[in-house]
Write a protein that binds this ligand. Sequence first.
Ligand code: LUZ
Ligand code: MOS
Length: 758
Amino acid sequence: MKNIDSNSHLRGESIYLDDVPLVAGTLFAVAFGSPHAHGKITNLDLSQAEQMPGLVRIFTYKDVPGENQIGGIVPDEPLLAEHHVHFQGMPVVLVVAESVEEAKMALKKIKIDIEPLPIITDPRVAREKGELIVPPRTFKIGDVDTAWSQCAHIVEGIAETNGQEHLYIETQGAYTFPLENGSIRIISSTQGPTAVQRHAAICLGIPMHKLEVDVTRLGGGFGGKEDQASMWAILCALATYHLKKPVKYSLDRMEDMRMTGKRNPYSSDFKIGLDKDLKIIAYEATFHQNAGAAADLSPAVLERTLFHSTNSYFVPNVRATAYSCRTNLPPNTAFRGFGGPQGMFVIEAAIHKAAEIIGVPAWEIQSKNLIKTGDEFPFGQKAESEANQCWQTAKEIFQPEQIEKDIEKFNSENVLFKKGMSFMPICFGISFTKTPMNQARALVHVYTDGSIGVSTGAVEMGQSVNTKMLQVAAQIFSVDPDRIKIHSTNTFRIANTSPSAASATADLNGKAVEIACHAILARLKTITSEKFSVSINDISIVNEEVLIKGKPMNYNWLQLIQDGYLKRIALSEHGHYAPPGLHYDAKIEKGHPFAYHVYGTALTEVTVDCLRGTYVVDSVKIVHDFGTSMNFAVDRGQIEGGLVQGIGWMTLEEIVYDENGRLRSNALSTYKVPDIYSVPKNIDLHLLKTDKDNMAILKSKAVGEPPLMYGIGTYFALRNAVKAFNPDAEMAYSTPMTPEKVLMGLIGKLETNDAITK
Ligand code: LUZ
Ligand code: MOS
């Protein structure tokens, strides 16, 4: 079925925040961000700013009627700074004026004096100074300390991944409206309508039932709006609360890049031990997460790093420890993969380094250690694995031995161009790691004209979740999809939503839709059984026709609904779904946190221009575990997009903060994101079709985040190509692999990680 948004997207008619028509009297807000990364506010002078034309009011923390607090996991993040600032761009005051231009002019007249405090930007320095967001956590299986003695090879090293700017096409923003009796309507570009509602209620000191958060769609989120949309929505709501006027704040690109957090960078230590048959016997990792100045979602991201520290491999002896380190950068946050990619990169680096030292291709180690059904992850869950099936299928279809031979031939015949390849298996756990978040609700109305309205907690952000929700309802009722409309996500219709995140949105909300539709269908069948004096089990609805024992009765959907109304049965239902069987005990770090895992294997080939250091990704060939895809076009879109986003993270996207905590890569002129030329020339996607009765919606496995991690393969393929030119190249396991780094590897010895950290 085609994406239900494609027509309106193509015609420019889809409604994003900036397409909401302005209401007369709307005021415009802009936040004044701290010019220093760490310090004490000694003086704040708003007098000149307050004289500026068009200025309506400037709000400080003193104007927050409730608690000045928006921290989600740890209460460590004020809405507006009080006496301290802890990152550059941290909102200190909110300027509200009659136009955006006037607000920005007034902003320039604000004077602030800050007594500087020491600035930390490096997570290892933060750890040394005891600046931890939460206590460290350790996942363990087997006994690492005794296992080293069984190893024929032991390899240690450092692996580092940089952050990543979300670069949703639609920047952060919100538009708030005063309703009756102190209620406020909030249109927010958020993945978490309830997060906005809950924190606005805390800051304003009013009950959640007075806050209607409404989300039609986002122009992308990627995790950046899971928690960090709240700030802008609450700031607008604060102004509306006081001024009783509509207030809008839509960040410009540079504000957004400077003031919001990104993917957490990590600096990690690894030690891997293998026996003489290349079985991984032991693995130890210490992760230093750069959390930024406040917890935000970093403790949860940290947890997922640990859950994915062994990627798609079974390792009998593991000790993985993770530190969430406080630095003076904007609070880092969720980003597609949510710590998983950061953990997976480290074990891939460990395997790669071991392979280099032992003198075997990395894929030999990878293939010998893939997790099997029944193997235990370090956190206690037993795998139901498709890892070997994906790998074997990839080997059969893609003929890697032949590719390797072709590459060797090419490399021996070419001096200035070298090719490299790599395998990247993935394994991604589907569910929020915080078990209680795994629940969702849907509200289904059947109207007397036979049309159907569906509301869920799912937020449409370009991933086409609404198309999937519509497919679920259409399939269960067996009606024409045109009868169904998916409504906006609204906290007055659906309460206590989990954010659209963790790749779990279609599963959780889709199952809630299923439950609601089945309940209505059961009532419709009851009246049908009375009408025709037949058993309920003999009734089916197929393509809008009511059948009895498979025979048409000249009785259709519309007649059925109209009879249902006359019989006064409920044609509406609120469905609730919570996946069974999930549990986790953080005290012992064991449990069954995931409904299931998604597996896959990617084979990446690259060509490096050895004169320039530039490169192209020739092809990425993928075998992906879809379950039974309910919409292949949508799922393929997620896989291609995730892959390219992963390649960007691994190759081009270089976030640079200086020692003062100032973002230097603060615009698209200094921050390079993948474009059409960075897309692999060939993306060859094969389905691994499985038909297990798993917890995926219509057996169609979650597809949002897993493909991003295929991009990790590009990093290792590039390293291999560089090594083909310069076998002595010493390259730190440090991303992104920019053309500059490739060039350094080609022409000489680059400083090693060890030298950098010393
Ligand atoms: N968000 C979250 C996520 O709150 N918990 C998770 O486990 C998660 N996983 C992936 C992406 N977002
Ligand atoms: Mo996400 S990183 O699933 O918001």
